[in-house]
Structures are given as C-alpha cells and as structure tokens.
Design a protein around this ligand. Structure first.
Ligand SMILES: Cc1cc2nc3c(=O)[nH]c(=O)nc-3n(C[C@H](O)[C@H](O)[C@H](O)COP(=O)(O)OP(=O)(O)OC[C@H]3O[C@@H](n4cnc5c(N)ncnc54)[C@H](O)[C@@H]3O)c2cc1C
Length: 282
C-alpha cells in the first residue's frame, strides 16, 4: 500500500473481470484482477478504458470500492441510462473479459488507517463507493477512529452495500450510519422524503469543535450543497474534501487525478441507521 503514495507515471494495465455482485437493480460491483497492481488508498479511483474493434476508445473514472488486496480492484458502477460506458460495464462486461485500467488516481480524497481524527462521510447515490472503501479500510485495519456516514439515496432499493453496512454498524463499533431518502422512504419511516439539509447534517454529523475529517462524494450539485452546509455549520473548509462524480467523457480522461475533486470548505449528530436529521430537517 505504501507504494501508492509514491508519485509515478500511470500506465494502462489489462484487467480481467473475475466476479460480479449486483448491489441494486442498476448498480453492479465488478471485481477485477489487475496483474501487477501497485496498491491504493481508500478514496482513490481508477480510469477505465474500453476499446472497440475499430479502435474507438472511451474512458471514464471509477472509484475503488475496497481497500488494497493484492491484484484485486473492486469498482461499483451505476448504470446511467443512455450512457456510453456504464451500461456496457453493468450489463455486457462478463467474467473473463478484459478492460484497461490506470491508477490509482488521486492523493487528496483519501483516508489512511493511521489518521486519528473523527470522520464524517456524506454520500449521495453512487458517491458511497469511495466512502465504503474507507469504511472497509477502517474495518480491515482494526481502527477505532469514530466514523459517521450520512447516506442520501432516492429510495430504499437504491442503497448500495445495505447488508454489509448493517453488519458493520453492528459489529465494527464506532461506525454510525444515517440515511436520507429523497423520493421514497421505507415503511414506517418517521419523515417524508426530502433532500439532505442543514438540520439533517447537523443532527447526524459531528460538531465542528471535534475537528472531524469530512469526505463528501456524489453528483456535483449534491457535493456543493453539502459542502455549503458543512461550512455554514462551522466546519473548517480545509477539513472538507470533496469528490464530484460529474460526467467524465473526455477522450483523454483525467491523467492527473480527480479534476473536480478538492477541498471545499466542511459538518456535525444521530447515527444508528435512523433518519439523517430531525423532522424539521431538509
Ligand atoms: C473521480 C470520479 C469517480 C467516479 N466514480 C464512480 C463510481 O464509483 N461509480 C459510478 O457509477 N460512477 C462514477 N463516476 C462517474 C463515471 O465516471 C461516469 O461519468 C458514469 O459512469 C457515466 O458514464 P457513461 O459513459 O455511462 O455516461 P456518458 O455517456 O458519459 O453520459 C450519458 C449521459 O449521462 C449524463 N451523466 C454522465 N455521468 C453522469 C453521472 N455520474 N450522473 C448522472 N448523469 C451522468 C451525461 O451528462 C450524459 O447526459 C465517477 C466520476 C469521477 C469524476
């Protein structure tokens, strides 16, 4: 894993699909075997390149969903209707098929098991992927650093890694998960669907005076809204790191790392798998 921190020229490597897991009706985890993979840190991503028979290529970025494990690299891809790459990766790409990957990319949006500050993770939709890598890295390292995850999804069936998150909350100790539903709520949920707002982030996050490390990931609009909320709540912008999952369709991709990532600015409390906020939130 230490090698991941050494700057070097990124080269394309051939990866093969060895396993798949369906996370939701429209998201699939792809376990790739990448010969010679140098290792990575939780939060980093890869560039994936597809090449058609006529030489046409398409390249997209995908976050790595699990901590380093030899030559294995796990991605979770959300199918974007009418997308060029994600429908292929989620519906056509089959075990044994090759794909090219380059990485790991990104050195800022990362969590290291040696980090000691409390952690607030805020995910919108597929933005959970690199944050799940952090949750898994914490588990793998036996870290006791307190983690809070606020996970905003459209409906209950859009939750990735649902069973594992339940297990981790139960077994890991010090990990709390709060959900926010924007379009439909589970039966018996105490609130109507709503977007994540100040009250919800304040309730399910950490108070700023604990100086948590905040990681926000999701669609660009979500990330910007949450970052604004965190700063408004008094978090130091330098402790808020963001990864925006905007379209990455440029033919040349993003060789130097997360072009839309960076520090934004920063969050804060009820964390046991309950709603992300009070009935007045949002
Ligand atoms: C650093 C980084 C990490 C990423 N990690 C992941 C990840 O872990 N899992 C994942 O599923 N995606 C991730 N993405 C998004 C991914 O790179 C692609 O943008 C996405 O898969 C769509 O590609 P596509 O070729 O299917 O769609 P395209 O052909 O590029 O786009 C088709 C249409 O969908 C719109 N669109 C494109 N991307 C999105 C999007 N993300 N959300 C909504 N609409 C979109 C486009 O504007 C266009 O109208 C990441 C992006 C970045 C920058």
């Amino acid at each position: 894993m230490a090698r991941a921190a050494i700057p070097r020229r990124l080269t394309w490597r051939v990866a093969r699909l060895v396993e798949t897991r369906d996370e939701t009706p429209s998201a699939r985890t792809l376990v790739l075997d990448v010969s010679g993979w140098p290792g990575h840190l939780a939060g980093q991503h890869v560039d994936v390149r597809l090449t058609a028979d006529d030489g046409y290529t398409a390249q997209r970025s995908y976050s790595i969903a699990a901590p380093a494990d030899g030559d294995r690299v796990e991605l979770t891809v959300q199918r974007v209707p009418d997308g060029e790459v994600s429908p292929y990766l989620t519906e056509v790409f089959a075990k044994g098929d090759p794909v090219e990957v380059r990485g790991p990319v990104g050195g800022w949006f990362v969590w290291r098991p040696t980090d000691t500050a409390p952690v607030l993770l805020v995910a919108g939709g597929s933005g959970i992927v690199p944050l799940m890598a952090m949750v898994r890295a914490r588990r793998a390292a036996g870290s006791r650093v307190p983690f809070r995850l606020i996970y905003s999804v459209r409906t209950p069936s859009d939750v990735y890694y649902a069973d594992e998150l339940r297990r981790r909350v139960r077994d890991d100790g010090g990990l709390d998960v709060a959900y926010a539903y924007t379009r439909a709520v589970p039966d018996g949920w105490p609130e109507p669907p709503r977007r994540l707002g100040v009250a919800a982030v304040n309730t399910a996050g950490w108070p700023p005076n604990l100086e948590p490390a905040c990681f926000v990931c999701g669609p660009t609009g979500f990330v910007e809204a949450v970052a604004d909320i965190l700063v408004a709540l008094g978090h130091d912008p330098r402790r808020v790191r963001a990864e925006r999952f905007g379209p990455t369709g440029s033919p040349s991709g993003s060789p130097t790392g997360s072009p839309m990532g960076g520090t934004i600015g920063s969050p804060s409390g009820s964390p046991t798998g309950g709603p992300a906020g009070s009935p007045t939130g949002g």
